[in-house]
Write a protein that binds this ligand. Structure first.
Ligand SMILES: *[C@@H]1O[C@H](CO)[C@@H](O)[C@H](O)[C@H]1NC(C)=O
Ligand SMILES: [Zn+2]
Length: 397
């Protein structure tokens, strides 16, 4: 059975596949700048931009004195899943991360960029309590790239701010723990996206793919100064947003040599067998591990696991293999950024993160979506909303 969401996903993947090949495009941003305070970013000089709160874009090591000691820089691996968390993909996430431990004895974790529709908030609460990072991917997911490319600051602030309200109320996620965003279709809207993110108190974005800086790979950086990253899906920002981090999506390479910003956007993956898939993942990983140790991103949608009978097993085998390395850490993006701010050789952290212990009384709700009149099932913590939560009414009152 092909549900609407399957078709939406196929459409999304097509968009990703196409945009990841496209030449940088100049797009005129017609939105008015709401905040007159933004200033144009100047080019970055390392002498003026120092950790922990500023880093120039680029492939240089987090500390210049690490040169020659790359093999002692811990290799971070950031696994992220986008879109709704539901009963089916939650079971896969549990199977993937169960019993996975980093070399320092702390549990391995990932980042979930959540969109609202069809999300099961009791499962979000379980992921949160298990130590995963809950991050934002908008309430509506929009209906195509145009909406996001043209989005003004107020639209983005509403899409992501309302989602914070939803997460706090229905999944018991502390809003202060939510740090990051990824735009649907990876479609940013120049300064607006980042200005909205800053206003919401977020600290990073991970929507911006790079093809040019993959070998050696780009490290995360801040937007105090002008980014040198290639702009694959513009418009890209050129205002200064001090202290705000970009986690660049360093692309993978498929078997025909095309760059893919997410694993599921790779048009020519290997044959559907475990060994070939694991070897391919390892080749992509080794560009980082044997290079400048820039964080290695594994970005995908759970639907990718249904694309081949061995995809899930191969993914699981690969990440299990990574946890046998003495210097590879599978963490959320925000945890990885904590390291990048205060980078050291060897063991990256002194302590394990403290896991939240929120309580969630699961409730199954059947509520009406006001715009279409459809009934929606919704699993939440503690108390059902009156109508299906949406933009401008995130608590569904
Ligand atoms: C971003 O903001 C800067 C500073 O105000 C401005 O010069 C630039 O034109 C803006 N870019 C876009 C795409 O709006
Ligand atoms: Zn999405």
């Amino acid at each position: 059975m092909k549900s609407i969401s399957t078709w939406l996903l196929i459409g999304l993947l097509l968009v990703l596949a196409i945009t990841s090949q496209a030449k940088p495009k100049k797009t005129k941003n017609k939105q008015k700048q709401i905040d007159g305070e933004l200033v144009k970013a100047e080019s970055c000089k390392a002498a003026n931009c120092k950790l922990p709160d500023c880093r120039c874009s680029g492939v240089t090591l987090p500390r210049s004195k690490f040169a020659g000691q790359e093999k002692e820089i811990p290799q971070f691996v950031t696994i992220t899943f986008d879109d709704a968390v539901n009963v089916v993909n939650y079971a896969q996430y549990e199977l993937l991360f169960n019993d996975l431990t980093n070399p320092d004895g702390c549990p391995a974790s990932g980042t979930f960029f959540l969109s609202h529709e069809y999300t099961d908030y009791t499962r979000v609460n379980a992921l949160y309590n298990a130590g995963h990072e809950i991050a934002l991917h908008s309430v509506s997911h929009g209906d195509g790239t145009d909406y996001w490319r043209k989005a003004d600051v107020a639209t983005i602030e509403k899409e992501f701010g309302n989602q914070l309200d939803i997460l706090e109320t229905f999944a018991k996620v502390d809003r202060k723990s939510v740090r990051g965003m990824r735009l649907p279709f990876l479609q940013i809207s120049g300064n607006n996206t980042f200005e909205a993110a800053r206003r919401l108190g977020l600290t990073y974005d991970s929507s911006w793919p790079t093809q040019q800086f993959k070998d050696p790979a780009m490290w995360p950086y801040t937007l105090d100064y002008l980014s040198e990253q290639d702009c694959q899906i513009g418009p890209c920002p050129d205002a200064s947003i001090p202290g705000f981090w970009v986690n660049p999506m360093v692309t993978w390479t498929d078997l025909e040599g095309y760059s893919c910003s997410m694993i599921d956007a790779c048009v020519y993956p290997p044959e559907d067998n475990i060994d070939d898939l694991v070897d391919w993942m390892m080749e992509n990983f080794n560009r980082h591990y044997e290079g400048n140790r820039a964080p290695f991103g594994m970005y995908l949608h759970a639907a990718w696991f249904a694309r081949g009978r061995n995809y899930f097993a191969a993914f699981r085998k690969f990440i299990h293999k990574l946890t046998t390395y003495p210097d590879v850490y599978l963490t959320s993006i925000s945890r990885m950024l904590e390291y990048v701010k205060k980078p050291v050789l060897g063991k990256p952290f002194k302590k394990c993160p403290i896991l939240p212990t929120t309580e969630c009384q699961a409730r199954q709700c059947n509520v009406r979506k006001v715009s279409t009149g459809e009934e929606r099932y919704m699993s939440v913590c503690d108390k059902c909303p009156t109508v299906y939560p949406w933009l401008d009414n995130p608590l569904g009152q």
